[in-house]
Design a protein around this ligand. Structure first.
Ligand SMILES: C[S@@+](CC[C@H](N)C(=O)[O-])C[C@H]1O[C@@H](n2cnc3c(N)ncnc32)[C@H](O)[C@@H]1O
Length: 373
């Protein structure tokens, strides 16, 4: 059976899934961070992008990756906030219109709105009866976890929008501190809070949240299976899970792995942004299917984010951008040099900006069985 991607402009393309898969390819749960390597052939033909110089992964690699991510965001977050504000993610743009500079922050907020809408967490349900379009309030999320929260922009936005309580986790102590300070300054300290914690071992009991939100953090996770299992574990029965993340293109059925040039390009990006091996959107979908999640939807939003990286480069080339960059530190400068590689990856169809959403079954829908632990 097949996973089919329908391409259209508006609304964004949906992946339709008719396959149920209960076995997880081994590469979705590597033991730790894998600096990219040549992949062993997989019978599933879905391989993550790996460069030629990999060694056996160890918990030491995982620790080094976590430390690298923490230091990278400790170092770069205030520069980013200074220039781009409190959202550390791509903007969502209308592909048919030209973008004014002031539109970028609005586009980042639009990204949150579009992700919520795609997952039908808009606070409203729309339906049509006899040609009449009707809308009525839907259940709003009350308890939200923001996995890989940055300085908490999504949490504060979602908290205000729905009156929800949000808890965010990040690896960066600087980000957690800044996120809490901003929440306090905006009068949200009672509703949102942030702490340093690993998304792969979340400090929350099972079934806590009715919205599980991961905006551009999945690409940092060295063990995608563990990442997804943790998102599902902390979700309450009936909760919505939203993953917006960088993926590599889906492999064709005739392919065993990405091409060599593709692995090399991803490898350079990984080195600059503290990323482990990448996976495809189809890999995420397969993981969610294997955990018996419901209403699984995915889309490629690459065309809607296209103006983002050129805009980031332009902002770095201003006087303020350049001077701030020089003051920020080596990790941030290295990240800046990798920005054109992201544009190249998108242009060549290698990098996909993906949204994947699903719903955790209620116990009654699941025969009372927990299949996600
Ligand atoms: C590109 S930023 C996105 C921040 C935020 N979601 C936003 O949209 O503004 C990536 C975030 O993922 C976090 N992150 C990466 N790996 C993580 C992990 N293993 N556990 C928790 N957070 C992680 C980083 O600390 C950082 O806050």
């Amino acid at each position: 059976m097949k996973t089919t991607c329908l391409r259209a402009c508006h609304p964004p393309p949906l992946l339709l899934h008719s396959r149920t898969c209960h076995t997880i390819p081994h590469f979705l749960s590597p033991p730790a961070w894998q600096p990219l390597q040549s992949p062993p052939l997989s019978s599933t033909k879905r391989l993550m992008a790996r460069a030629p110089n990999a060694t056996t992964t160890t918990t030491n690699d995982a620790r080094m990756l976590r430390e690298g991510i923490a230091e990278f965001y400790d170092e770069s977050s205030s520069l980013w906030e200074d220039i781009w504000g409190d959202h550390m993610h791509h903007g969502y743009y209308n592909p048919d219109s030209s973008v004014s500079v002031s539109d970028h922050r609005a586009a980042q907020v639009r990204m949150i709105e579009e992700a919520l809408r795609f997952a039908a967490v808009s606070g409203w349900v729309f339906y049509t009866i006899f040609n009449f379009s009707l809308e009525e309030p839907s259940e709003k999320p009350e308890r939200v976890v923001d996995v890989g929260c940055g300085i908490g922009g999504s949490s504060r936005y979602i908290s205000r929008k729905f009156g929800a309580n949000c808890q965010g986790i990040t690896l960066s102590p600087v980000q957690a501190q800044r996120a809490n300070a901003l929440a306090a300054a905006e009068g949200l300290a009672d509703q949102v809070s942030f702490q340093v914690a690993d998304a792969l071992e979340q400090p929350f009991p099972d079934g806590q949240f009715d919205l599980v939100w991961s905006m551009e953090s999945g690409e940092h996770m060295p063990d995608k299976k563990k990442f997804v299992s943790e998102l599902v574990r902390v979700a309450a029965p009936g909760a919505t899970i939203i993953i917006v993340t960088w993926c590599h293109r889906d492999l064709a059925s005739s392919e065993q792995s990405l091409q060599q040039w593709e692995k090399e390009l991803l490898n350079k990006i990984c080195n600059a942004y503290y990323l482990p091996a990448w996976c495809s959107t189809a890999d995420y979908v397969e993981l969610l299917q294997s955990l018996s999640l419901q209403d699984i939807k995915a889309a490629d939003w690459s065309q809607y984010v296209a103006p983002f990286w050129p805009a980031v480069i332009c902002s770095a080339l201003t006087w303020k951008g350049l001077t701030s960059l020089l003051r920020s530190g080596l990790k941030t400068i290295k990240g800046a040099f990798a920005m054109p590689l992201m544009i190249e990856g998108y242009k060549k169809g290698l990098i996909k900006f993906s949204i994947i959403t699903c719903r955790k079954p209620r116990d009654s829908e699941n025969g009372g069985k927990k299949q996600w632990q």
